[in-house]
Structure formats: C-alpha cells, structure tokens
Design a protein around this ligand. Structure first.
Ligand code: GDP
Ligand code: MG
Length: 168
C-alpha cells in the first residue's frame, strides 16, 4: 500500500511554541524549559486521513529563526506549513506576514495554517480575535487557536494540513 509522507515546516518568531508543539504532537509531552536544540532535524507521527496512512515529518529549527538565519535546507521540499504566533507576543503576530512571504519564496504556495498559540494565557492577550481573523483572511489561510500546554487543538492543525495535502 502506498504511504504518503509529508514534510511540514513550522515557522514563526522564537518563543511562540514551535518546538513545544512538535514535542507535544509527536511525543505527547510538554515541558516548560525545553532545550532549544533537539539534535534532530524532525520528529514524525503517522496518522490516518480518509483511510490513507500519512506520515508527517515535522521539521524544527534550532533557534535560527531568532537571527533570521533559517537555512534553505530547512525549507527544501516542504509540502505544508504551520505559521505560528503567540497570544502574548505582539511582535510575533506582526511578523506573521513576513514569515508567510519567506515560506512562499522558498516553497511556493503550500497549504498553510496560521496558529495562534498559548490561548491558555487569555489574561495576557495582546492580539484580539478580530485582528487574528483579518490576518488569516489577508494571507488566505485557515486560523486555528491552540494551547500546546493544555493540548487544545494541536492535532487539528496537522489533521487539517494532511487533509489539504491529500486533496491536492
Ligand atoms: P519556539 O522558540 O517557538 O520553539 O518556542 P518553544 O517551544 O521553545 O516555547 C517557548 C516557551 O513557551 C516555553 O517555555 C514553552 O514551555 C512555552 N509554551 C509553548 N507553548 C505554550 C502554550 O500553549 N502555553 C503556555 N502557557 N506556554 C507555552
Ligand atoms: Mg524552538
């Protein structure tokens, strides 16, 4: 039987929860002070979508995003993208547009989900819901709100991307 393998890149400013999201989804764990370098290029998880086995390879950065130094190798062959910002970090929200352009430059148009992470920190919100919706609409992407900490909506992000890729 044919197995579909998808390379997924996770972009966004440092500190928004990208590495945590990968750990949560692939290993089922959440740690507060998670090491920046995981020492491997990606973690993977296999899921079933519409009766098809899909192997998702979630590529992590080793913190290069903070220096705007993500390599071409990171993006090479990516078929889907998670573009994340944090509920508590205004800069990360403002940067979303330029992250979208960067991915487009390297990968062309690939299925992308905008993720607003850390929704458990509602009392520290610096991005209102309407702004987030407007951003997603402007970028032509689906918006999903997640808490990696509380494990809210994380699986939906990847299910949605896998389904989008299979439909193409
Ligand atoms: P990255 O730089 O984008 O890879 O972000 P990290 O995964 O290293 O996460 C940065 C910090 O945010 C860590 O202390 C995480 O524990 C924390 N964090 C990640 N996701 C969440 C979340 O959903 N809620 C809360 N409260 N903290 C989170
Ligand atoms: Mg990281």
């Amino acid at each position: 039987e044919l197995e579909v393998a998808l390379k997924v890149v996770i972009v966004g400013n440092g500190g928004v929860g990208k590495s945590s999201m990968i750990q949560r989804y692939c290993k089922g764990i959440f740690t507060k002070d998670y090491k920046k370098t995981i020492g491997v290029d990606f973690l993977e998880r296999q899921i079933e979508v519409d009766g098809e086995e899909v192997r998702l390879m979630l590529w992590d950065t080793a913190g290069q995003e903070e220096f705007d130094a993500i390599t071409k190798a990171y993006y090479r062959g990516a078929q889907a993208c998670v573009l994340a910002f944090s509920t508590t970090d205004r800069d990360s929200f403002e940067a979303a547009h330029s992250w979208k352009l960067k991915v487009e430059n390297e990968c062309g148009e690939i299925p992308t989900v905008i993720v607003q992470n850390k929704i458990d920190l509602v009392d520290q919100t610096v991005v209102n819901p309407e702004e987030a919706e407007l951003l997603a609409r402007a970028l032509g992407c689906r918006l999903l709100r997640t808490s990696v900490k509380e494990d809210i909506n994380v699986a939906s992000v990847f299910r949605h991307l896998a389904a989008r890729c299979l439909a193409e």
